[in-house]
Design a protein around this ligand. Structure first.
Ligand SMILES: [Mg+2]
Length: 324
């Protein structure tokens, strides 16, 4: 069904039916603003925009995955502050050729991700546009008054990451090349799991600093070091890498891990004395592995990658995830 047949308000009614009803005490889509319950004190607020041709390609992704991912990337940013994602508004720019059913599937994907993490889309906006635009703004609750910032890393902290690095970049390349294998990697690219549960366990153990890996491990750890005014030593041999055996990709697993981006794993630093307990509890509660890959050092020592018995600067290999 073409959108012009149902009109903007007809489409909104259909999407509202998918996105669900407000609980007692809240008012969602249908008035001039949503009315939400919020805890006293501080809140977290983030936004992320996905643009057709820049962040996604409809040849490679379907609407349900895209909807899921648009929520997941915002949740990942809230989790990276040790927060819990709660409510989102979504603005869609819709181009000609997009059908009502496509937009409904997009919203079903959003709803699926929200249901998994007890969040909700509570409103938004629709507009005609030259290309597809999916803009999400998300509110999150911090844990009490404590948030985990990028700027808290201290020399001596263990540097840790959740999950496996480079999966999304590997999956993207497999999709682009039309290679049949690697469903797990493709899924990591199309439908990343935000590390919300991991962050909720981890925050009890007071990590000193944290960032989610959206630009690539080397870049994002670099952001964390910039903010904290520290250096870092990372051991390449300890990094949790993808097994690329027989997949025929022209990048190494280490390159994909350092530079790939869009992993939406958490990278955090924590004092050594809290490391063991934090990691074992996150792993036990969530099944997600946590790997210690290095140590924070004084800023003057720089950013170092230990590799094959030598060292080299930890820097982003030539890569731009917009034109992989
Ligand atoms: Mg982030």
């Amino acid at each position: 069904v073409d959108i012009s047949e149902v009109g903007e308000f007809g489409l909104i009614d259909r999407l509202r039916a998918i996105l669900g009803e407000a609980p007692e005490g809240e008012v969602w889509s249908g008035d001039d603003s949503a009315v939400l319950r919020a805890p006293a004190g501080t809140i977290l607020l983030t936004s992320d925009m996905l643009i057709e041709g820049v962040h996604f390609d409809l040849e490679l992704t379907g609407p349900a995955d895209l909807g899921y991912k648009s929520m997941a990337v915002n949740m990942s940013d809230v989790a990276a502050m040790s927060g819990t994602p709660r409510r989102a508004v979504v603005s869609l720019g819709l181009r000609s050729g997009i059908q009502v059913e496509w937009v409904e599937d997009l919203c079903r994907g959003m709803k699926e991700c929200c249901d998994e993490f007890d969040a909700a889309v509570v409103g938004g906006d629709l507009s005609r546009s030259d290309c597809l635009v999916i803009s999400v703004a998300m509110l999150g609750n911090p844990a009490g008054r404590r948030v985990t910032l990028r700027r808290g890393a201290r020399p001596g902290d263990a540097v840790c990451v959740t999950g496996t690095l480079g999966k999304s970049a590997a999956g993207y390349r497999l999709l682009r090349a039309g290679i049949k294998e690697g469903d797990d990697l493709k899924r990591a690219h199309l439908r990343p799991t935000p590390r919300v549960r991991e962050a909720e366990i981890l925050r009890r153990h007071l990590p000193n600093s944290m960032i989610d890996i959206s630009d690539g491990f080397a870049a994002d750890l670099g952001h964390l070091c910039d903010s904290s005014e520290v250096g870092v030593i990372v051991d390449a041999a300890k990094m949790p890498l993808v097994d690329l055996a027989d997949l025929g990709l022209d990048k190494t697993a280490l390159d994909l891990a350092l530079a790939g981006g869009e992993d939406y794993e958490l990278c955090f630093t924590i004092p050594q004395e809290r490391f063991d307990k934090a990691v074992s509890e996150v792993e036990k509660a969530t099944g997600t592995t946590v790997t210690r890959v290095g140590e924070i050092v004084e800023q003057a020592r720089g950013r170092i990658l230990l590799i094959e018995g030598g060292e080299q600067p930890l820097e982003v290999p030539g890569w731009d995830h917009l034109r992989v």
